[in-house]
Design a protein around this ligand. Sequence first.
Ligand code: AMP
Length: 188
Amino acid sequence: MLNIVLFGPPGAGKGTQAARLIEKYNLVHLSTGDIFRRNIRENTPLGISAKGYMDKGELVPDALTIDMLQDEAAKHPHAKGFIFDGFPRTAAQAEALDNFLAERGQDISMMIALEVDEEELKNRLLERSKVSNRSDDSDINIIKKRIDVYNRDTAPVADYYKRQNKFKGINGIGTIDAITDRLYSVIG
Ligand code: AMP
């Protein structure tokens, strides 16, 4: 099993790169942001709960997020592995993920962080808002809030994987192809 946590701040390129990695390594892509947005479109109770947090650039509470992630992962019993994109975003989520995988005799193979500076992130998100139709991308104050939440709550999750010797950081600036090549060489 190859279970990868693709890590990085909003706008780092996790979704774009995940789409390539799932092709090459035959993995299942689990993006919590995408799953929340699907639930919002379908107007499910989960989507209704999540929307209020997402619109403000805040994290959806751990309990809701962890339950949802576990339900989604359980839909793929024959997966060769997963790319977790946008999850875990808190220490509690990282622990829950380890426990969930351990119950299945699995673990995280590695966390790969896409490293991008804040100016570049803001520019990318504003640019993305022209095509993404995401209200949380089009308002600079919400973007700043998301980056603050990342720095405060999510960046420390890297330490969790560093302690397990599973952390690898790569430069997330450059062409999409160049970054994909960096990922391939880290994964091997
Ligand atoms: P993303 O698509 O990863 O940028 O996520 C969009 C929004 O969904 C975030 O700003 C959060 O409000 C919410 N979200 C996505 N993943 C998580 C998570 N693992 N924990 C809490 N909230 C999340």
